[in-house]
Design a protein around this ligand. Structure first.
Ligand code: NAP
Length: 531
């Protein structure tokens, strides 16, 4: 019997480093790491010690004889990886301890952003240095895309936040959430220049919170939105989304949504739109979304892939997961030419389907005062698909931050291997950028770990080489600046208070939590005030 890695694997390789017999692959040093769907346990080499299951931050590893029915397929998937990669060898390994650098005392570091990149950067700074770290986030609740992006029906993926929460309790860490970085001092923002003045180094792990645009006619019609908005809305991000185009159930005449893109985000949105509401009601989906999804009539989701299925952007595990949604049929059209299948308006809510339409790109959205159809090009012909909702799910871009360089074309903060550079390409000493903010919206949670480690190592090297200018401000000067600028800073106790309150609300309904959707309610919970 061996252990088996299942669908929610986040590939952060925490399991690889604790495995005494090196039987989990690909390792971060091996080909395929980062692009592999999940990591795999070699069933022939596993000694069944369970160290990997204990280390897994997202509860994705189970003994083979203790798998849920739907996960049994992963026994074969783990084993097949070794059949297809016979050159990979497992076995006992020597432990290699990293060299401990000699660093000056009293380093002060800020990490902006509490998503996976910020979390992994914080962990590495704490592991490798004795620096004091101030963790900043613009929302009162930490988590970045773990809270605001991971689909509500993927609860175990969110468990990664527990490993970061432990770090926030370190006495060297100070949390300051509900704090925005930017150049609008009158609005209470802290400027990048002020951060640079008060810290020896600043790590910007601010993610990518905006949607890329299609650039087609009709893209802004009511009824057309972005996955970024839709996901933030159903994940209860304050101020996101609503009122959504599908808000009026009477307006749903075709019962169909069209999603552009075939990445994992597109699949998340498709699943949420057609999943039975009673299943979603057991998750932490925002109440505002649950109510609307119960009422609305979208029961067919068409995903458009501009290339063929062999070039689809989803990962195999996420594609497989579609087939286990109760009552939902998955249909794939991968013909490169020929007419579209029939897409006449259908209002039969019993007919829940997810349809992949490959070799098909959107040309324009049409409708008199709201979306009525999406015109799709296939080969050299155009076809209309009647729809109530159009969602573009074609990738994310970062929101610029006043006072920091920004590349408008790519939607990223310019950097060389994590070191931020100015408009002339010169390295800005003490400024680092990581995660989606630096490399664009590619890779799941675990992909950020290695990058965070390597960026923190660059910072350490910069300190050792004297390339970082030390702050001359007093240790409490930043705290004083913060409180003077902005009276609603939330610290770790406030963060915990919000968390407890949301969980308590959830407990009453048999759900993991009921999230707050209004900033004011979050702040009241942080201060333990009645609403
Ligand atoms: P993505 O994986 O990059 O997919 C983007 C999709 O949009 C692709 O199908 C792309 O097609 C298409 N596209 C881009 N521009 C287009 C255009 N102008 N017209 C038509 N189609 C266009 O992005 P994502 O889904 O936002 O995901 C971002 C990252 O998060 C990915 O690495 C993903 O795996 C990860 N993620 C993981 C999970 C999970 O593990 N469960 C969940 C969510 C997200 P082409 O390929 O033809 O360019």
């Amino acid at each position: 019997m061996s252990f088996v890695i299942t669908q929610s694997c986040c590939s952060d390789a925490g399991c690889v480093s604790v495995c005494p017999v090196n039987c989990i692959h690909p390792t971060p040093e091996e080909r395929g790491f980062g692009s592999s769907d999940i990591l795999h346990i070699d069933p022939e080499a596993c000694i069944d010690c369970g160290a990997c299951a204990d280390a897994c931050p997202v509860n994705a590893i189970f003994p083979a004889d203790n798998l849920a029915e739907r996960d049994k397929i992963f026994i074969e998937i783990n084993a097949d990886y070794y059949k297809n990669n016979p050159d990979i060898s497992s076995g006992w390994t020597d432990v290699v301890y990293p060299e401990i650098p000699r660093l000056p005392a009293g380093l002060r570091v800020a990490v902006v952003g509490t998503g996976p990149s910020g979390g992994y950067a914080l962990r590495t700074v704490l592991n490798r240095t004795s620096a004091a770290v101030t963790v900043i986030d613009k929302l009162p609740t930490p988590g970045g895309l773990v809270r605001a992006g991971v689909a509500p029906d993927h609860p175990s993926t969110k468990d990664v936040m527990r490993t970061f929460d432990i770090l926030y309790r370190d006495p060297k860490v100070t949390m300051a959430t509900n704090v925005e970085i930017g150049d609008d001092v009158d609005a209470g923002q802290i400027t990048p220049a002020e951060l640079a003045e008060h810290f020896d180094a600043v790590f910007y792990a601010v993610g990518a919170s905006q949607s890329r645009r299609l650039g087609i006619e009709g893209e802004d019609l009511p009824g057309s939105t972005s996955a970024t908005e839709l996901v933030a809305w159903y994940n209860a991000v304050p101020g996101a989304g609503g009122p959504l185009p599908l808000v009026d159930p009477a307006a749903t005449s075709t019962g169909r949504a069209v999603i552009v893109g075939t990445g994992n985000v597109a699949l998340d949105v498709a699943r949420i739109l057609v999943s039975p509401p009673e299943l979603l009601a057991t998750t932490d989906i925002a109440d505002r979304a649950l109510e609307l999804l119960r009422e609305q009539n979208i029961h067919e989701v068409v995903l458009l892939g501009r290339r063929g299925q062999d070039a689809a952007a989803y990962t195999a595990a996420e594609f497989r997961a579609l087939s286990v949604i109760p009552g939902v049929e998955v249909v794939v059209h991968d013909e490169a030419d020929g007419p579209l299948p029939e897409f006449a308006p259908t209002a039969d809510p019993a007919d829940r389907r997810i349809v992949f339409l490959f070799h098909s790109a959107p040309v324009r959205a049409e409708g008199s005062d709201r979306l009525e159809s999406v015109i799709v090009r296939r080969g050299d012909r155009e076809y209309p698909i009647a729809a109530d909702l159009l969602v573009r799910s074609i990738g994310y871009r970062s929101a610029p931050i006043g006072g920091l360089p920004f590349d408008e074309d790519s939607g990223r903060f310019p950097n060389i291997d994590g070191r931020m550079v100015d408009d002339d390409g010169a390295v800005i000493p003490g400024a680092y950028v990581l995660g989606w903010a630096g490399r664009g919206s590619t890779g799941g949670i675990g992909a950020n770990k290695l990058q965070a480690i390597s960026t923190v190592e660059k910072f350490i090297d910069d300190v050792v080489q004297g390339r970082v200018e030390r702050t001359t401000t007093a240790p409490d000067a930043f705290d004083r600046l913060l409180r003077k600028r902005h009276r609603k800073v939330v610290g770790y106790r406030g963060v915990r208070a919000i968390d407890r309150r949301e969980r308590a609300r959830g407990e009453q309904q048999g759900r993991p939590r009921v999230k707050f959707t209004e900033l004011g309610d979050m702040l009241a919970a942080a201060r333990r005030r009645p609403f």
